[in-house]
Design a protein around this ligand. Structure first.
Ligand code: F6R
Length: 613
């Protein structure tokens, strides 16, 4: 999704902007631009904009790495087209009339058509097809010398989501920023001050950041930062220290972020689990809920998108077994509009890596509006979901750069295991001994993931054989069905191979007609009770010509009687098996995509954080 960087300080701005935009490349983009304010040779203030379609290197070439755009204050943007095709004219920044104002924007202005029509009647003309240009002209309309007033008036007229970086021509050296439902941070340093849509963009320069609260306006000069509410009153905000390194947001010798993050899973799971286990028992104190409140939960409603939704599917099986609480799982985009019937003591759990996914955030707000307590399982500290949920359970995966999630997924699984155990205990479903057995095994998961990674060559070899497949199916039952959904999504999003995951028992009800000679079917089987059933399903597809890959735990050697190729993962408690089987499935997707020569970290049409509906 789009990226924003802004800098005002004591050095040339454009090189800093380009540098920051480069760090946001992982979000996906199709064009880029910078706007820099300066004083021209006649002593007049000017704002110069340079934009280019395509990769940042085009913009670098056009601006001689930023050197040809003079000025120490500017804003930059990488655009991922929503309104209007990818083109120079649609790329950001956008000028308002007479180049008085320049704007970069992330998000979507929902009522932009109405505003555009109104402004056109008032004499404004539009160059681009974007929603952003309406904001630039609206600001122009309300600007009479006081930027905070103009921004606040603009906010009363636009609906939708926005993170905006704004330059006013007659205010050289000043950047204005505002956000509603789209992330934006400010950073401060001795060399100057920054805005950015994500931390990695400015981490090279500062760790001292503030996550701008929703609906707040910020004014930055090279020395000062001031925050205002929508009523234009100055407010105080606190800054926090980012405690992860730039290397954590860089590739560190790996060919791709995705592979690096696959390898970071043992650490990420360990970091998520170990602080929550005290003397062998799960400590859920950070939820701010008493044991009694936990015991009173009558139902859990989980909502999320994409891979995080698959975590919820896993959680359904796991939590229902361990804590005997009914769990409903909805895609956030469905939940937000379906006016679900919900019992009084329902706990709503929203799972999100970024904490900014538009549908998940809307689902959270819907649940809160209806009076339900919301727990966020979130990775990005200070993100919108983290701020707005009643309680937050952070996953400590560190920054996840690859568009295809891996380590965040694994930490989300770990988080739901912890919750399930804590709930099971609070409700008296499991005793201390069972709890200790489960937590001890949870602590062993990282080392077991490491063992799978040591055998990655077997998966790589297998993946190479199938990198030119047209269709690949995944089947599983129970928890293994949830893992199959994730394996299939991982594969299709980065390899562009058509793939579907089925609850294996459903095959006979239609899908089996798609099986033909040589088609790859991946059967995931880790659950003892369901193992034989899954083996039967694998026999069914094999007898119709499928090539069968079995993924199971060591010990289940009868898998080899039916599977053409078998991948084993270490034994664990069955309820945690999803954490292990997902690793070979991630590696399979990675190596299949690599075999096709694709850019694994930048899958087409996808963005890391989906902040629009
Ligand atoms: C798939 C993937 C996406 C995300 C989904 C939700 O690899 O990364 O499906 O899981 O967009 O994102 P978050 O977790 O940020 O809400």
């Amino acid at each position: 999704m789009c990226g924003i960087v802004g800098f005002t300080g004591r050095q040339q701005a454009a090189p800093v902007l380009l540098d920051g935009l480069e760090k946001l490349e992982y979000r996906g983009y199709d064009s880029a631009g910078v706007a820099v304010s300066d004083i021209d040779k006649n002593g007049e203030p000017v704002v110069e904009i340079v934009k280019a379609k395509g990769r940042l290197k085009v913009l670098r070439e056009m601006t001689d790495d930023g050197r040809s755009v003079p000025g120490t204050c500017g804003i930059g943007h990488t655009r991922w087209a929503t309104h209007g095709e990818p083109s120079v004219v649609n790329s950001h920044p956008h000028y308002a009339k007479d180049k008085r104002i320049a704007v970069v924007h992330n998000g979507i202005i929902e009522n932009y058509q109405q505003i555009r029509e109104r402004l056109t009647k008032e004499g404004y003309s539009f160059l681009s097809a974007t929603d952003t240009e309406t904001v630039a002209h609206l600001l122009d309309k309300y600007y009479t010398g006081n930027p905070i007033e103009a921004i606040s008036r603009m906010m009363f007229h636009v609906r939708g989501s926005y993170a905006l970086g704004i330059l006013f021509r007659d205010r050289p050296g000043e950047i204005y920023a505002v956000r509603k439902d789209s992330p934006l941070i400010v950073g401060r340093s001795d060399q100057g001050n920054f805005i950015a849509s994500d931390v990695p963009a400015i981490l090279k320069y500062t760790r001292d950041v503030c996550f701008i609260p929703n609906l707040e306006i910020v004014k930055l000069t090279d020395q000062e930062i001031h925050f205002y509410n929508v009523d234009q009153e100055e407010v105080e905000e606190t800054f926090s220290e980012i405690n992860w390194d730039t290397e954590a947001a860089e590739k560190g010798g790996f060919a791709h972020f995705m592979l690096k993050e696959i390898y970071e899973q043992p650490k990420a799971v360990r970091d998520t689990v170990s602080p929550r286990i005290k003397d062998g028992c799960v400590d859920l104190e950070e939820l701010g809920m008493t044991g009694e409140e936990l015991a009173k939960i009558s139902r859990i409603q989980m909502v999320a998108c994409g891979s995080a939704y698959h975590v919820c599917m896993t959680a359904k099986y796991m939590v229902e077994q361990t804590a005997r609480v009914p769990v409903d799982v909805d895609l956030a985009s469905e939940f937000r509009y379906r006016n679900a019937v919900m019992e009084k003591d329902t706990l709503v759990i929203v799972v999100s890596q970024s904490g900014e996914t538009a549908d998940s955030l809307a689902a959270l707000r819907e649940a809160k509006k209806r009076g339900f307590r919301v727990l966020g399982i979130v990775n990005v500290v200070g993100s919108s979901i983290a701020r707005e949920a009643d309680s937050v359970f952070y996953t400590w995966a560190g920054p996840e750069i690859s568009v295809a999630t891996t380590k965040a997924y694994s930490t989300q699984l770990a988080a739901v295991y912890l919750l399930a155990i804590g709930l099971g205990r609070a409700r008296g479903v499991i005793g201390e001994e069972a709890e200790k057995e489960m937590t001890a095994e949870l602590m062993r998961l990282p080392e077991k993931i490491e063992r799978i990674l040591e055998e990655k060559e077997r998966i790589q070899w297998f993946a190479n054989k199938f990198s030119h497949s047209k269709d690949i199916f995944f089947i599983g039952r129970g928890l293994d069905y949830a893992s199959s959904l994730e394996g299939s999504l991982k594969l299709k999003e980065i390899s562009y191979i058509h793939s579907e995951a089925y609850a294996a028992g459903e095959l006979k009800h239609g899908t089996i007609s798609l099986i033909e000679d040589g088609i790859l079917v991946v059967g995931v089987a880790t659950q003892k009770e369901l193992f034989e059933k899954l083996i039967s399903n694998m026999v069914e597809v094999k007898s119709r010509g499928a090539y069968v890959l079995g993924v199971t735990s060591y010990g289940n050697y009868s898998m080899e009687d039916v599977a053409n190729y078998t991948i084993y993962v270490p034994k664990t408690l069955e309820c945690f098996a999803a954490s292990l089987v997902v690793v070979p499935l991630q590696l399979l997707a990675y190596y299949v995509a690599l075999g096709k020569g694709l850019d694994v970290d930048k899958p087409r049409n996808l963005a890391k954080s989906v902040t629009v509906e």
